[in-house]
Design a binder for this molecule. Structure first.
Ligand SMILES: [Zn+2]
Length: 360
C-alpha cells in the first residue's frame, strides 16, 4: 500500500509498505479520508513530544472496516471511556464486539489502559500508557490502518466520511470548551479563525456562549461570519472588543497568548489549547501577580477523550454543527507537502487527504 513515512524529523517519503495485519482485538480499516492539521505540520517538520520513529503519521481517520483480527469479537473496551459515552445517550456508541467488515468507522486516535487515575476520571487522553495513532503507532496517511476495536466509533448513517473526519478536531475543541467551563452567559474569546478556531466558535455558541473571535486576517474574519449556517452569536474582530470570561487560544503564537491573558475578565479562564514551539514557549511572559489579583484560571487542553468523539459525531450527524463549508482543499496522499505548505501559510481552511484505494 501507499503510505507516508517519517524516518527522521523534518522529512518524509511516500513508500510502498505492506498492508498492516490487524492483531487480536484490532480491525483493518481502508482509509477513505484523513484530515491534515497543524499538529501534522509540527510532527513532520519539527517533531513532537509524543512522536516515535519511524512512523506513518495521520491522526484524523475515517474509513471502512475490511477485516477483523483474530479474537476480534472478544475484545472489550477498557473502563473509563464507555461509561460517560453511554451516559450521554448518544446513538453513536457501538460495542466493540458489534463491528464487522463493511462498517464505516471513525478512529479515536488513542489507545488507553482504562485503569490508571486519568483513565478512571474520564481523561484517557492523559493515560500513562496512552498510545496515539500517528504518534506512537502508525496512522492514517496510508491506504490502510490497523486500529483497536476499542478505539472505533461507528459513523452514523447519513453522515458523510468527509464530515465525520471532523470528529477528531471537533473532539479536541469539545474537550477545551469543557475544561474552560464554557456555558450560558459567558463571553468566549477564541484566538484564531482557522479550522480549529472556527470549530471552537461554533461549538462554543452551542454551549450558550457569546463568542468573539480575534483574527488579524480580514479574509478569515469575513469567512467566519459570512458563511451560511454560521451561528449568529459569533462575531469576528481584529482586536478583542472587551473582556472575555473564557479565552481559548487556537493559534501557536505567544503574542496571541499574551493578548488573550490581557483580555481576561476577573475570574476569567484561559484554555491553553494550541501548543507552542519551544522557543516561543520560552519567550512568553506571564505575570502571576495578575493571575493572583484577578483570580484567573489557566487550564491546559491536549487532545480529547473517547466520549468527545461520540459527542462530536452526534453534533455532526444531527446537523447542529456544520463543517462541510470548512473543507478548502482535497488532495491525494502524494501531495502532502503541498498540504503542509497550505497549513503553514494558513492559506486555506481544512485540508483533507484521500489515500488511493487498493486491495489488501
Ligand atoms: Zn490509563
Amino acid at each position: 500500500m501507499q503510505a507516508v513515512v517519517i524516518r527522521e524529523v523534518g522529512a518524509f517519503e511516500l513508500a510502498d509498505l505492506p498492508v498492516p495485519e490487524p492483531g487480536a482485538g484490532e480491525a483493518l480499516i481502508r482509509v477513505s479520508v484523513t484530515g491534515l492539521c497543524r499538529t501534522d505540520l509540527k510532527i513532520v517538520r519539527h517533531g513532537h513530544r509524543d512522536l516515535t520513529l519511524p512512523r506513518v503519521p495521520g491522526e484524523e481517520v475515517v474509513g471502512e472496516i475490511v477485516s477483523l483480527g483474530p479474537e476480534g469479537a472478544e475484545a472489550a473496551r477498557p473502563a473509563g471511556a464507555a461509561g460517560p459515552a453511554a451516559a450521554s445517550g448518544a446513538t453513536t456508541t457501538a460495542e466493540p464486539a458489534s463491528f464487522a467488515p463493511g462498517d464505516r468507522v471513525y478512529v479515536y486516535p488513542g489507545v488507553w489502559c482504562g485503569e490508571c487515575p486519568s483513565c478512571r476520571r474520564g481523561a484517557e487522553n492523559l493515560c500513562r500508557q496512552m498510545r496515539i495513532m500517528g504518534f506512537h503507532r502508525d496512522g492514517g496517511f496510508a491506504e490502510y490502518v490497523a486500529a483497536p476495536l476499542q478505539s472505533l466509533i461507528r459513523v452514523p448513517d447519513g453522515l458523510g466520511d468527509e464530515e465525520a473526519v471532523f470528529a477528531e478536531p471537533l473532539s479536541c475543541c469539545l474537550n477545551a470548551l469543557e475544561l474552560g467551563g464554557v456555558g450560558e452567559g459567558d463571553v468566549l474569546g477564541v484566538w484564531g479563525a482557522g479550522p480549529a478556531g472556527t470549530l471552537l466558535s461554533r461549538a462554543g455558541s452551542l454551549r450558550g456562549a457569546e463568542v468573539v473571535v480575534v483574527e488579524p486576517d480580514e479574509q478569515r474574519r469575513a469567512f467566519l461570519t459570512a458563511t451560511p449556517g454560521a451561528p449568529p452569536q459569533v462575531s469576528a474582530h481584529e482586536l478583542p472588543p472587551g473582556p472575555v470570561d473564557v479565552a481559548v487560544v487556537a493559534v501557536g503564537d505567544p503574542r496571541a497568548y499574551e493578548a488573550a491573558i490581557a483580555a481576561l475578565a476577573p475570574r476569567g479562564r484561559l484554555v491553553v489549547f494550541s501548543g507552542l514551539l519551544p522557543a516561543d514557549d520560552a519567550a512568553l511572559h506571564v505575570s502571576l501577580s495578575a493571575v493572583h489579583y484577578h483570580e484567573h484560571t489557566f487550564v491546559g487542553a491536549y487532545g480529547c477523550s473517547f466520549r468527545h468523539g461520540v459527542d462530536a459525531l452526534d453534533l455532526l450527524a444531527t446537523g447542529r454543527l456544520r463543517v462541510d463549508d470548512l473543507i478548502s482543499h482535497r488532495l491525494p496522499l502524494a501531495a502532502l507537502d503541498e498540504g503542509l505548505d497550505l497549513v503553514a501559510r494558513r492559506a486555506g481552511m481544512k485540508v483533507h487527504l484521500y489515500p488511493e484505494r487498493g486491495t489488501p
